[in-house]
Ligand binder design. Structure first.
Ligand SMILES: [Zn+2]
Length: 125
């Protein structure tokens, strides 16, 4: 099927991350938000990435930098290593100039007025 969700959930995009991207639903957990943000990178939905970043962290994540990072790589797949109440450890595989890289991050999420946001990430080498 060609309309599988980029987040590797094995669901169709329409049944997975699309409702979040369209603003029709809010992710109920950090893991779901993380998946929808990965899909947003893959689909170049930069505004969604800004909107789902916690307001207190937005200054650190400039729109043009996010856009460049999203568009200069080809996003291959997402692996969730661990997810708990407010953290998600994941590996995002991407292709850049013919080489495959793994972005390995432990992200922290914060709930504000019932909505989950990406707060910050720490990176593994
Ligand atoms: Zn998805």
């Amino acid at each position: 099927m060609s309309d599988l969700c980029p987040c590797c959930s094995t669901l169709s995009y329409a049944d997975c991350c699309k409702p979040y991207h369209l603003g029709m639903a809010k992710p109920a957990s950090p893991e779901i938000l993380m998946r929808s943000r990965y899909s947003a990178y893959a689909l170049h939905l930069i505004d969604y990435l800004i909107q789902t970043t916690h307001p207190a962290s937005r200054k650190q994540y400039q729109k043009d930098e996010i856009e460049h990072w999203a568009k200069s790589n080809h996003w291959l797949k997402l692996e969730i290593c661990m997810a708990n109440q407010d953290k998600v450890e994941f590996k995002a595989y991407y292709l850049n100039a013919g080489t495959t890289y793994i972005h390995h991050e432990n992200s922290t999420f914060k709930k504000e007025h019932g909505i989950w946001y990406y707060l910050k990430g720490s990176y593994f080498n």
